[in-house]
Design a binder for this molecule. Structure first.
Ligand code: MN
Length: 743
């Protein structure tokens, strides 16, 4: 690639056009017209990046322009953020310094660019801790100026939109990281549209075939949905017009990714995802009318026409979500008997839902802002003041807080507090004040006395009881779930905690050695899964304190593994020949190379991960263990997802070659009506019709229904699908599904 190649005339036209679009977006927004400084930033960035190209071949400046457009048009930020976006890669990639930026554009822009530069290097770094450390930096800069993280989001979104020009292994890594941390963070910041697009793009790169398939299905059913939409919405439209509302009704179609999630979670085909279409009503508040009353008036008008589902009313108007989301959701029965969700929002609520923080500022009134978003940001600040010693643990703790669903509890004075699901009285105490937490001896929940480990429910009224004589004990760490309480308690017992962690690490290493195992990420994740721990530190602590008995592993985790290992060794490993692998990250290897797992197993030794048990035909990826063994996971395997984010550089893209000789274990779940001979039919179909070997079979019958798990040896996904079709033909069989684990 010739880096000094200057832009052609045609490219210059493209750049100018893109910049003009950015200006148009900006000028049609409500921000003050500060075109001059934007023009200056554009010229400076163009000059600084002159001659450099992106991987796609485009002039580099197209990227900052695109990021600035997202920041302006999709997030709704003003000139300072637009300038910072245009300049976001200048310090990182050119010889200009933060001081240069400050001299030319002032302190604020320089600070934001500095923040973005700090978190740019090593996001895809070589070491897991570097990546997590980077994320901590991201949060630190975020708590200083939220615009840094909003621009980072825009940067990530544009990189995801243009991910196609990256090699596959890099695509998985970036897509994995996006799904692991950026999409939840976008959600937490109230950037719904961006969150949805990030998830969809990650999914598209991780499962290209599935994505294409679902996309085509969505397209082919579009007309049907359009018809349903007009039949369903017409009566609502008329009624609301008669009532004098100014409003628009939009059809909301579920994203490809969320359709897929639903199909996975509920184990249902596309046709059975009933809520693909939803309706959104956005209304302008009439003069003198109360916004909240208007929501309920519209609700009432709709439910006069269609029957509401009694369990599906979501009132986020009275109590907004903690990411700031406000709306009234109701699910009603449509004309053909199908359930349809209707989302009712005012124009202001819609703006907040689409643009998150930025819109929130626009509507900010008065001095003190104690909105849910501000409160959340405050907890992040506190978390950072008392950081966990280990960056990866910090990332995990933070992530738990990103994902947790929420409960609302009340103080005796009637104030509402938001806590993650599973929070205890002690969490609540710490959320009020550190001192209240430290001196907490118990609580009164709905006027009844409860211990401090009591798990709170939404709607509880909680009064904390304290005593000056109270002294915290280390066990408290097990009574809390919030990051804030955990880090406060931990900081008191840091020393003691640390020594147990060291002991635990030593114990675990000794144990593994005795069992001819090593402390590999794969082994570690198996052990964590066994003890249901999500954090390494917590696991080691409990091992060190002898809360967990490592000998429990001998008859479960490592026993079953050695059994499988034997099987795989027999089938796949070429004896005595250790081959060097095309390890991505190795200088001599070709990072574009996708590993093919061939039938004759030429040159590659690999093992099937037993967390997800992939078989030929599944979308897979490889993970390089420290000892050089390649472990094959399904791409959507949660264990693989975590490995992808934390040890991205060890991910290797892999595909199966058709396998018709080797056999792999796969487990199917069969459910049906327990009729005489039903099971016999099932087994006959498997062994005679399909000539497959069953390795394990377990059946439960209850109240005339049977549920069976059958592990059998197959060649590939096609085998399983064909078998499922045959089994479904048996009259008493009602459902057949492939399940994840072969246990
Ligand atoms: Mn960038």
């Amino acid at each position: 690639m010739d880096e000094q190649q200057l832009n052609t005339e045609e490219e210059q036209k493209m750049i100018d056009a893109a910049y003009q679009e950015l200006l148009n977006d900006y000028l049609s927004s409500n921000h003050r017209r500060k075109v001059e400084i934007i023009e200056k930033a554009f010229k400076f960035a163009s000059m600084a990046h002159q001659g450099v190209r992106r991987r796609s071949g485009e002039p580099y400046i197209m990227h900052p322009i695109a990021v600035a457009r997202i920041v302006s048009h999709e997030i709704g930020l003003g000139s300072t953020s637009i300038c910072s976006s245009l300049l976001h890669d200048v310090v990182e990639d050119t010889e200009y310094s933060v001081e240069d930026i400050e001299n030319l554009f002032g302190k604020k822009v320089a600070q934001i660019v500095d923040g973005l530069t700090k978190i740019s290097g090593g996001v895809f770094g070589e070491k897991a801790s570097a990546q997590a450390e980077n994320f901590r930096k991201l949060l630190l800069t975020m708590s200083e100026d939220i615009r840094v993280v909003l621009i980072k989001m825009a940067d990530r979104l544009h990189n995801m939109r243009t991910l196609g020009s990256m090699p596959p292994a890099k695509q998985y890594k970036i897509a994995g990281e996006t799904q692991y941390i950026y999409a939840p963070l976008a959600n937490r910041l109230g950037l719904y549209a961006i969150k949805t697009e990030l998830e969809d793009l990650s999914f598209k790169y991780e499962h290209p075939d599935k994505y294409a398939e679902l996309y085509a299905l969505l397209e082919s059913t579009r007309e049907e949905r359009d018809n349903l939409f007009s039949v369903f919405s017409d009566p609502i439209k008329k009624k609301l017009e008669n009532l004098g509302y100014k409003f628009e009704i939009l059809a909301r179609v579920k994203s490809v990714y969320s359709i897929w999630r639903k199909m996975q979670n509920k184990n249902i085909p596309f046709e059975e995802v009933y809520d693909i279409l939803a309706l959104r009503i956005i209304f302008d508040v009439n003069e003198g009318e109360d916004e909240k009353s208007a929501c309920w008036a519209i609700y009432s008008a709709i439910t006069d026409i269609y029957k509401p589902h009694p369990d599906r009313i979501r009132d986020w108007v009275s109590t907004p979500k903690s990411n700031g989301y406000e709306a009234l959701h109701v699910t009603v029965m449509g004309p053909n008997g199908q359930w349809i969700e209707v989302q009712i929002r005012s124009r202001r609520m819609d703006d907040i839902a689409e643009k998150g923080f930025a819109a929130h500022w626009k509507y900010k009134t008065g001095e003190k802002d104690d909105s849910e978003l501000e409160k959340w940001l405050q907890t992040i600040k506190e978390l950072l003041e008392n950081p966990e010693p280990n960056a990866i643990d910090f990332l995990d703790t933070f992530k738990l807080n990103l994902f947790a669903s929420e409960i609302f509890v009340f103080t005796p004075a009637g104030d509402i507090r938001t806590l993650p699901q599973g929070a205890t009285a002690l969490d609540f105490a710490f959320s009020l004040h550190t001192d209240v937490g430290m001196q907490c001896i118990g609580a009164k929940v709905n006027h009844k006395l409860v211990p401090l480990s009591y798990v709170l429910n939404s709607g509880d009224q909680v009064e904390i009881l304290t005593s000056k004589k109270q002294v915290p004990v280390p066990e408290w760490i097990n009574y809390v779930v919030t990051a804030r309480a955990k880090s406060k308690i931990r900081s008191i017992f840091k020393k003691e905690y640390k020594s147990f962690i060291n002991k635990g690490e030593h114990d675990l290493e000794t144990y593994l050695k005795e069992n001819n195992q090593k402390m590999t990420p794969d082994n570690l994740s198996k052990i964590m899964e066994y003890f249901k721990e999500t954090k390494k530190e917590e696991l080691l602590y409990k091992v060190g304190k002898s809360i967990y008995n490592l000998n429990d592993l001998t008859n479960s985790v490592f026993k079953s593994q050695s059994k499988w290992m034997k099987y795989w060794n027999l089938t796949f490993r070429k004896d005595g020949k250790s081959t060097s692998l095309p390890f991505f990250g190795n200088k001599n290897s070709d990072p574009k190379k996708t590993l093919t797992l061939a039938e004759d197993n030429s040159g590659v030794t690999y093992r099937i991960a037993d967390c997800c048990s992939p078989i030929p035909g599944d979308d897979i990826l490889g993970f390089m263990e420290e000892d050089g063994m390649l472990v094959v996971h399904k791409r959507q395997c949660p264990v693989a997802m975590k490995l992808k984010s934390n040890y991205g550089e060890r991910i290797i893209s892999a595909v199966w070659e058709t396998h018709k000789m080797l056999s792999f274990p796969a487990t199917i779940e069969v459910k049906g009506v327990d009729r005489l001979g039903a099971l016999c039919d099932v087994i006959r179909t498997i062994t005679e019709e399909h000539a497959m070997n069953i390795s394990k079979l377990s059946v439960d019958t209850k109240d005339g229904i049977f549920e069976g798990y059958i592990t059998l040896y197959v060649h590939d996904v096609e085998d399983v699908n064909n078998l499922c079709v045959s089994l479904m033909k048996i009259q008493s069989v009602k459902s057949v599904n492939r399940v994840e684990t072969n246990s």
